[in-house]
Every structure is written in C-alpha cells, then in structure tokens.
Design a protein around this ligand. Structure first.
Ligand code: FMN
Length: 184
C-alpha cells in the first residue's frame, strides 16, 4: 500500500470516525465500551472499560464520563497521557488511540453531561456517597445532595488502526490529516 495516499487516508479516517460516532448512540456497537489505559500513581499500568460518550472529528476528541473521586481521575491529573483500545469483531478492526486528557468537574460541559446522565439509570453511580473503590464497610451515612460527575475530554494525538482480513491484514497510523501504512 503506498504511503501518503491521501484518498485512502480520507476514506479510512472517515470510516473510523463514522464507527466511533455510531458507538456513542448505539448501545450494541462494540466500540461503545473501549478499554482506557492509564499510568497508575505507582507508575504501573492500569486499564478499565469505559463508555464512549462522544466522538468529534472536528476537534479530534473523544469523551467519557466518570466519578471525579475515582482513581483514574487522580491518575489522569498526574499524567494526562492515556490510550483507548477498541475492538470490533463485526468490523474485524482494532483501534488504539493515544490521547491527551483533560478532566472537567465544573462548567457548562459538566452541567450538560449531568442533564443527560441524571435522566438515566446511571445517575446513581455519580450520587453514591463513597468514592468508587472505597471499602464497602463504610455505612451509607447521608442522602446524596450533589453529584460527582466528571467529564473527561481526550484529544487524539494519533490512532493505530488494524484490520484483520483473510486477503491480508492492513495497519495504518493516522494522525490528523496524515496516514502512514504499517506492516501489520
Ligand atoms: C461495560 C462497562 C462500562 C463502564 N463504563 C464506565 C464509565 O463510562 N466510566 C467509569 O468511570 N467507569 C466505567 N466502568 C467501570 C470501570 O471499568 C471501573 O471499574 C471503575 O470506573 C473504576 O476504575 P478506576 O479504579 O480505574 O478509576 C464501566 C465498566 C464496565 C464493565
């Protein structure tokens, strides 16, 4: 596959963004629940599943929601670099995305997110009186009055796309506006 083939680059980037955007609205899309990898406060790897809430090709951003008290928030504040891994059996596509994250705990972004989440079954997750991961022997001692929702925006540095196919696997590194074909 030739390098710098811009027609193909546009095509593949467009197809990837279409799938990412579908995943934010389709509960059954396999890309709805990527794995988010971070560096733990001890310097060792950490990874967990999150729900993809938004994907914007214009700003090259992915978004997920979390509890501001969760360990991942402390990790991202200490080291904002992170990676998402998506896999779809239907597409036979793996997508590894390197991002620089920003944690938002107040402002219009969080208010809009809370307006959305508070209508859903997930609202309770962000009203729990104790932080995720805290020991369960703490009695629940008060009725929640405020939420702990944080919005994490993740600006894409580059993506590593791998397509598995009988005719031959394909792999490419995509940075905004460029594609480099790689040996799978
Ligand atoms: C299908 C699925 C979706 C999840 N979505 C989220 C999510 O959107 N945000 C989140 O903070 N945790 C989500 N979780 C829980 C995380 O995987 C994790 O257990 C929790 O956030 C604590 O992670 P941490 O200790 O690394 O902060 C999800 C778990 C599963 C199984």
């Amino acid at each position: 596959m030739p390098q710098g083939s811009t027609g193909k680059a546009t095509d593949i980037a467009h197809r990837i963004w279409t799938e990412l955007q579908r995943a934010t609205v389709d509960r059954h899309h396999e890309w709805r629940t990527p794995v988010l990898a971070t560096t733990g406060l001890d310097g060792l790897p950490q990874a967990r599943t999150v729900v993809l809430r938004a994907a914007d090709p214009q700003t090259s951003q992915l978004v997920f929601f979390t509890d501001r008290r969760s360990p991942k928030v402390a990790e991202l504040r200490a080291l904002p670099a992170a990676a998402f891994v998506f896999w779809s059996k239907r597409l036979n596509w793996q997508l590894r995305v390197r991002v620089a994250t920003q944690v938002h705990t107040e402002g219009p972004l969080v208010e809009a997110a809370w307006a959305r989440v508070s209508q859903s079954a997930a609202a309770g997750d962000y009203l729990a009186p104790h932080a995720p991961g805290s020991a369960l022997n703490n009695p629940i001692d008060h009725t929640p009055t405020s939420h702990h929702l944080a919005v994490v925006t993740a600006h894409i540095d580059h993506m590593d796309w791998l397509e598995l196919a009988r005719a031959g696997h394909r792999r490419a590194r995509l940075a905004p506006g460029t594609i480099t074909w790689l040996v799978p």
